[in-house]
Design a protein around this ligand. Structure first.
Ligand code: ADP
Length: 552
């Protein structure tokens, strides 16, 4: 019974103690957070009243809310007070921190350093980075800032502990970033240097190439110029200034058109505008006025310089003095005119005598002689046609290519020429596509000469595929006669030149003979008939030469 009584009293004592403990906790909390200014403590000598100074109260709240740990230790290094933040940092319940030596919260390796700092701090303010071990045993880099403070019962050391983990992490991240930046900077600098080198090299190359260009253009025999895609002039070379008598100061006011001979200006401008619009090469012969007012023949050529995208950056042009060549050409034409004229008369007599011998009736000629006469007549015919061509060229040059004009039935004329061509070229097939009734005004003989020239060329320049198509079709109020072969064809450069006097495509295959007069004469004849002549051709595929004449 007594035993039961003492157990009950023990239980109630425990209950009482627990209640007191809770009360004590609350009181401590209230003190910490500054909720109370005074408290009564009951001890052996009765109730004691402890008041707390108002300033203390402010600091208590402040210290409790700090994000740093705050610790006060006595001379023996024992913690007299710490805030909640320190307990959290040390991962130790608050009640197990107070009364503990501070060194017990640092790892073994940092103990000596802490003791050293604490020792110094009693005389000087000290700061040091020291590792704090948290309850989990992990190290935490912290900054310990120590100051002495006066307490009622003597001097104590107040230590503010700042967790440097975030700072350290940021610092190392910053360091890593810095290292990256440094690397990037070094790489950029390297690139920059190499770019600078490249630019320097390119500038150097550019200067050299510009100087080369200048040196070259100023020392060649031709006048040169450059202009913008719009046609405005950029520069002229020294020879240009020497020739025209103008100076570099006049350069921007110069109107080059004023230097072109009035008779040559219209065709020059036409070609020039065409080239600017199409980007096609500019080429024309014209006369430029020299500084002394004398005109001299020049061959003008200009080509566009393109960028990678194919756009024209500028044009580079040259003008070559061809006065001497022109004179030579004139002398040659004169010589050809005289020579062919002089050859024609004895050749005609020779042919006449041969015909007389062939027709000799008094006695029968031996067959072999007859054979020789036929061959000699064949050669004379060839020679005669050559001389006739030469005479035609001279006449054209002198503007004396004249002939009688009548109505010509083109359909009949084409049929006759084809028959003729079939007779001369039995190995070739001539396919005809003809509509009847095409009448033009012209000279039958001359038009036949043109068509025969086209047919002969078609045969000459298609040694393998021996099919030739001939067509005469109406085009509005005109008739178009075309001869198509499937022979060697022409490049676009060759196409632009085949109608020039004495032009012959370089005969690499040594296929043919000829002097390059046929198409030139044909062009003149067709022009004189108010018609047009042209060619469509592909190398290796074949050509279509055609002429167009106005119908009656
Ligand atoms: P030629 O007497 O030299 O044939 P032409 O004035 O008739 O003179 O022709 C000029 C040049 O044009 C020729 O040398 C030849 O290279 C080229 N040509 C003419 N017709 C053809 C064709 N049908 N196919 C290919 N090239 C041709």
């Amino acid at each position: 019974m007594e035993q039961q009584h003492s157990q009950e009293s023990l239980l109630s004592q425990i209950e009482e103690l627990r209640f007191q403990l809770d009360e004590a906790h609350e009181t401590i909390d209230a003190i910490r957070t500054g909720q109370v200014d005074a408290l009564i403590v009951k001890d052996g000598s009765g109730h004691q009243l402890y008041t707390l100074k108002t300033a203390d109260q402010t600091y208590r709240v402040f210290i409790e809310k700090m994000s740093e740990g705050a610790v006060t230790i006595n001379k023996q290094g024992i913690i007299l007070y710490c805030n909640t933040r320190f307990a959290i940092m040390a991962d130790t319940p608050l009640e197990h921190t107070i009364g503990q030596p501070l060194v017990s919260f640092v790892p073994e390796k940092s103990k000596a350093q802490l003791e050293h700092i604490i020792k110094d701090s009693w005389t000087n303010e000290c700061r040091a980075e020291i590792i704090l071990k948290d309850g989990g045993g992990k190290d935490m880099q912290c900054l310990f800032s120590c100051n002495t403070i006066e307490l009622d019962n003597g001097i104590a050391l107040s230590i503010i502990i700042t967790d440097l983990t975030l700072l350290k992490n940021t610092e190392s991240a910053l360091q890593a970033r810095n290292a990256e930046l440094f690397e990037a900077h070094a790489a950029t600098e390297k690139l920059n240097n190499s770019l600078e080198d490249t630019v320097r090299q390119r500038t150097h190359d550019l200067v050299i190439s510009r100087e080369h260009f200048k040196l070259l253009t100023n020392n060649i025999d031709q006048m040169t110029w450059t202009n913008l895609p719009t046609g405005e002039f950029i520069s002229y070379n020294q020879r240009w200034f020497d020739y025209t008598g103008l100076t570099a100061d006049d350069e921007h006011e110069i109107n080059w058109e004023m230097l072109v001979h009035p008779d040559d200006l219209a065709p020059t401008l036409e070609k020039y505008t065409h080239s600017l619009a199409t980007g096609e090469m500019f080429e024309i012969e014209n006369r430029y006025k020299r500084h002394d007012g004398v005109y001299r023949w020049h061959l003008n050529r200009a080509k566009p310089l393109l960028n990678d995208a194919g756009d024209i950056i500028f044009w580079v042009g040259t003008a070559t003095n061809i006065e001497e060549q022109r004179k030579e050409m004139e002398r040659k034409d004169e010589f050809i005119g005289i020579a062919s004229h002089e050859l024609k008369t004895p050749l005609t007599s020779l042919k006449g005598y041969l015909q007389l011998i062939a027709g000799y009736k008094k006695e029968e000629l031996p067959p072999v002689v007859k054979q020789y006469i036929t061959k000699a007549l064949g050669s004379i015919n060839k020679l005669q046609s050559l001389i006739n061509d030469l005479l035609d060229v001279s006449k054209i040059k002198a503007g004396r290519l004249q002939y009688a004009i009548t109505d010509v039935d083109i359909t009949d004329m084409v049929s006759q020429c084809i028959e003729n061509a079939r007779h001369i070229n039995p190995g070739y097939t001539f396919n005809l596509s003809l509509q009847p009734g095409f009448i033009v005004q012209g000279n039958q003989e001359r038009l036949e000469q043109v068509l025969m020239n086209l047919l002969n060329n078609a045969v000459k320049y298609s040694p393998h595929n021996k099919e030739i198509e001939v067509a005469a079709v109406q085009q509005n109020d005109k008739v178009r006669v075309a001869v198509t072969d499937h022979g060697i064809g022409l490049s676009s450069d060759q196409k632009s030149k085949v109608f020039e006097r004495f032009y012959r495509v370089e005969d690499r295959h040594n296929m043919t003979s000829g002097l390059g007069m046929g198409l030139y004469i044909s062009q003149e004849i067709i022009r004189n008939h108010n018609g047009a002549i042209g060619v469509e051709s592909e190398p290796g595929v074949g050509s279509t030469f055609y002429f167009v004449l106005p119908l009656v």
